[in-house]
Design a protein around this ligand. Sequence first.
Ligand code: SF4
Ligand code: SF4
Ligand code: FES
Length: 367
Amino acid sequence: MTVDGQAVELKEGMTVYDAVRQAGIGLPVLCHRDGLTPTGGCGICTVEEVTSGRLLPACATRAEASMVIATGSEAAVEFRRTALELLLSNHPADCDAPCQLACPSGLPAQELMERILAGDWEGARVLARRYPFACASAAPCEKACRRKPLGGAVAVCALHRWLAEGEGTGPQEVRQEAGKNKGNLPRFRSRMRGLTEEALLALCSEKGERLLASDATGVTPEAAVYEAARCMRCGCRKPDDCRLRELCAAADAKQSSFAGETRPILRQRSRNGFRFDSSRCVLCGLCVRTAQKAGASLAPAFHGRGFEAQIGPPHGRTWDDIPEAVLAMVAAVCPTGAMTAEAAPSNAGFARNPMSNSQQGNVQPKK
Ligand code: SF4
Ligand code: SF4
Ligand code: FES
């Protein structure tokens, strides 16, 4: 067959995607992965068959000798961009939390709050010290915090200072401007702004008002946990490792092209640090097919159809029922921040963990 003017010798069972790669041409994929049965679901690998004018999902189309494929035709490029923009249309798009974007050091505040909540005091100290404490009083992170109108901004600065300057044994590993190094990754408009106050508060474990002063006086472990539980964890857990974000950057896909109905925000976690955020799921099915291929008997599954379709644990089960190795495997293949896994925190020091419930928040978008 011919790919972008090059003759490609076909072998038995090759797909158009295989042939394109054999020609040395890069083609984006999202729902496809080598070794898994292709579904042709996302359309991100679409190419044009020039003779017929058909647009084909390369990963799911068997290659034929008579085909003349154009990977960069106007129609194919436009189709791929539109497919991405449709995915963006109901994506929460909060790649980076506003507090992190505002912090001169780029402190990942939500990660700091998660470590505090998990009782991982050493991890929290190490993280706080990695990002130089740079603001004496201005606290730009707190000015940007989404909880500001809801009982006051999370006391990010006070906790940062308390952990970075207080007693502790963590290494002084300093990373300047860590949050500013986003390469050419695009920034999208947050969809959390459209949520009601009630919906936003449902995303935190603690609905109460801020109690800590702006300086680091009066901080105790109990006060730190209370404050950390007020955080809504606005940002994505994989902001720098998101296939969707990379593909949008490469294709110049724009968020505003379609205004879709947003998905409910359902955040769940398992005992061992696995987390699922349904609003970030692009329904590629890689998690389901990867676990199936590995022969896992308990694994993520599709539930519902059409717009109602979503990923979850098998009927009648929770994420806690799925083996840790399977959760780690599916989190590793998930192309977005929908599934993440991490080693269980050391839980040294402080016992209370307000986020220990398997399900933390289920928020319907504002109509
Ligand atoms: S609620 Fe948490 S994640 Fe959101 S802006 Fe405030 S500190 Fe950052
Ligand atoms: S959870 Fe991740 S891997 Fe699974 S369908 Fe959603 S985006 Fe794809
Ligand atoms: S990557 Fe081919 S259709 Fe999704």
